[in-house]
Write a protein that binds this ligand. Structure first.
Ligand code: CMP
Length: 139
């Protein structure tokens, strides 16, 4: 069971003024924020972060979107963090996301889906290290 996951509040949610509401839901669900930054991805950095999707038909759309405006990146701690966070954010497609999940409340489309959550413990570590130096993470 993992105790850490990585999240991004994506450009659509930041542009629409949902940072505060999303952080409140994250805290209310029992996650502890152990690292956080307000930042902006360059196109190159977005391409690197999403390298795993580079053959997908939506890759160009995805990296253009993710580098369009600021994002919030954070590492979260909680028992069973990866799985519980994916439950909290809901399905990738907001039309299929359960009522009350972050994507149900704040996402606009499959591509512009408000938040990211790591899909495995391994990726949580890789994605967290992409954005944070060890010295920036609370223990
Ligand atoms: P996420 O799961 O955070 O990381 C991969 C992202 O690719 C996903 O969120 C969506 O933002 C995007 N994505 C996945 N499927 C599609 C799709 N069919 N069309 C456009 N974007 C997509």
């Amino acid at each position: 069971m993992s105790n850490r996951t990585f999240t991004m509040i994506k450009p659509d949610a930041v542009e629409n003024g949902h940072i505060g509401a999303i952080l409140k839901k994250i805290n209310s669900a029992g996650f502890r924020i152990i690292a956080m930054k307000y930042t902006k991805l360059s196109l190159e950095k977005a391409q690197k972060f999403y390298e795993i999707h580079k053959e997908k038909p939506f890759f160009d759309e995805l990296v253009r979107f993710m580098s369009r405006s600021p994002i919030v990146v954070a590492i979260l701690e909680k028992d069973n963090a990866v799985e519980d966070f994916r439950e909290l954010i809901g399905s990738t497609n907001p039309a299929e996301a359960k009522k009350g999940t972050i994507r149900n409340l704040y996402a606009t489309s499959m591509g512009e889906n408000a938040v990211h959550g790591s899909d495995s413990d391994k990726n949580a570590v890789i994605e967290g290290s992409f954005h944070f130096d060890p010295s920036e993470i609370l223990s």
